[in-house]
Design a protein. Structure first.
Length: 556
């Protein structure tokens, strides 16, 4: 966050030397976030494994059950970073709009504190929030893979190198992303804004191609020729090339999802269509998760639950490059606002469609959640010794209804915080907290597992996972489309905008953006963390729930 704040001013100043210099400054700053997160997350996880190994010895199951708490801590912090940053930013943003509507005669300087609060909150949500969000996914995918591997023949043979296969994949990802950054040397030679998206796309393609070779090398060195893995009550023989294929499925699935999101978000014609057809544009995005679900299905067919877990690891293996691109989008978005608030509006920095890049980053976080949450669910089912989850079982069916309800409840609670707090800020130029939404997420698995048992809890997780992905993508993309439509109409681009959009329509789009912005940054992004927190918390407490859970049914 500190580096991002410094980078805002630095990037604005670099713009005087050309688009390429400014873009290189923003991207290089984003790379700091990407590599810091990937390297520190992996290092701390490896140190934790070795320290706990001194206590657990050869008890692999106990060791990696304890390691699951690492992912829980990451997700818990992500929930606060994402949601509170979004609430803080959107409260300040809505406050500015309210001041303009309620007190149009109010001097513009009196609005600057709210504008600055918005910028700070945006950095918290986009930089710290995205970082902790993907860190949670990054840690949890490794933890899920390690838990499943600990009850396989690899764990029984005490092959430490093979057990650390997910960590080796992540390590190779850091090296690959470092090699990919060598191709950024020519970024400073970029002359036009339209070249930026092509340069960022090249980063993704190059890192994916190099990582494919890295996966093959790690799989050949670290894994035995064949081994057995847990398969929902039975064992399945898996060969090393099959597990390698699962990692590749996750890696390339992530790239395909990125391209689909780019194609559906980029370009003026998309926002012309949105301006004409309203929120149906955003709702159409709920079809995108089918590609994540295909990755889950294919990985499961190849290597069962362990295949899903390593597919999630593969999707997040190039996280350093992806975070660099996402952070670049956030920084470039802030730069113009910083120049305007400082009275230097002549430094009109427009590096790219930064909102599109932010939307792509949110979309990737949500899609990776599908794999990570499914892997955590598989690890929970494995550890809780539940036979294949039957949705027709009354307990599971009831749980799925509760789980499907939770994301909507959570979204309503976060959205509700924005309005009253914005009014309060408008009057006092403050923020409400995250206690109730966080309590909803953290207490639900504990209450359900303790009083209703692991079968009911499995239903809650199933319902939440299916509901979260659809709602989160719809919220993030609908809100993003509102903002881009507003920019497009307000810019008065070609004659089409001037002839088609009257002043009342422009005001309507502005009003829609006031609603869409909190939807995009406050309610949508934290939802993927919701299901991860619930899944990893269920995994951490699985032994307790298995032994003492279902008190209500035992009493009655």
């Amino acid at each position: 966050m500190q580096i991002a704040i410094y980078a805002n001013a630095r990037t604005a100043l670099e713009e005087r030397k050309g688009v390429g210099k400014s873009f290189f400054s923003a991207f290089r700053t984003g790379a700091v976030l990407g590599f810091l997160l990937a390297a520190s997350g992996l290092l701390v996880l490896y140190i934790a494994i070795n320290l706990l190994k001194l206590y657990y010895g050869n008890d692999w199951e106990g060791l990696f059950e304890a390691i699951a708490g690492y992912g829980l801590g990451g997700s818990f912090m992500a929930l606060f970073g994402r949601a509170t940053g979004g609430i803080y930013a959107k409260v300040a943003d809505v406050c500015v709009h309210l001041l303009k509507e309620i007190r149009p005669e109010h001097p513009e300087d009196r609005q600057k504190p709210a504008v600055m609060a918005y910028l700070v909150g945006d950095i918290v949500g986009d930089i710290a929030g995205t970082g902790t969000d993907l860190f949670g996914s990054y840690a949890e995918s490794s933890c899920a893979a390690l838990v499943v591997a600990s009850i396989s023949s690899i764990g029984n043979d005490h092959d430490f190198t093979a057990m650390c296969y997910p960590l080796l994949i992540s390590s190779m990802g850091i090296l690959v992303c470092l090699m990919t950054t060598l191709f950024t040397a020519n970024f400073s030679k970029i002359k036009e804004v339209k070249e930026i998206n092509l340069a960022l796309t090249e980063q993704l393609i190059i890192s994916t191609i190099l990582m494919t070779s890295g996966i093959v090398i790690v799989s050949w060195i670290a894994l035995p020729p064949s081994f057995t893995v847990y398969n929902f009550g039975s064992l399945k023989v898996v060969k090393n090339w099959q597990l390698c294929s699962c990692v590749g499925v996750g890696l390339w699935g992530g790239l395909i999802i990125e391209f689909i999101t780019i194609c559906t978000n980029d370009g003026i014609s998309q926002f012309q269509e949105f301006a004409a057809e309203s929120v149906s544009f955003g709702l159409a995005f709920v079809n995108i998760p089918i590609f994540a679900f295909l990755s889950i299905l294919l990985s499961y067919r190849i290597a069962s639950v362990y295949g899903i877990a390593v597919a999630a690891v593969g999707m997040l293996s190039t996280i350093a490059t992806r975070l660099a691109i996402n952070a670049y989008g956030s920084i470039s978005d802030h730069v113009k606002q910083v120049t305007e608030i400082s009275g230097r509006g002549d430094l009109s920095v427009e590096l790219s469609s930064s909102n599109t890049r932010a939307t792509i980053g949110k979309g990737f976080a949500i899609e990776s959640t599908s794999l990570v949450s499914m892997a955590l669910f598989g690890a929970f089912v494995s550890r809780a010794a539940i036979s294949p989850v039957d949705i027709l079982t009354p307990k599971v069916f009831m749980g799925s209804i509760v789980g499907a309800m939770l994301p909507k409840w959570f979204s309503a609670m976060t959205m509700k915080r924005v309005g009253p707090a914005a009014l309060e800020m408008a009057n006092r130029i403050l923020r409400e907290g995250m206690i109730r939404p966080a309590a909803l997420v953290m207490l639900t698995p504990l209450i359900v597992g303790t009083f209703l048992g692991v079968e009911m809890l499995s239903g809650v997780l199933v319902g939440s996972l299916g509901s979260v992905v659809r709602i989160a993508i719809s919220a993030s993309n609908t809100g993003g489309a509102w903002e881009e439509a507003k920019k497009y109409i307000r810019a008065g681009i070609p004659e089409y905008a001037q002839t088609q959009y009257s002043e009342p329509i422009q005001r309507a789009v502005d009003t829609g953006n006031i609603i869409g912005d909190p939807l995009k940054d406050t309610s949508g992004p934290p939802l993927n963390i919701l299901v991860q927190v619930m899944a990893v918390e269920s995994l951490v407490f699985a032994p307790f729930f298995t032994t003492y859970g279902g008190l209500l049914f035992k009493i009655f």
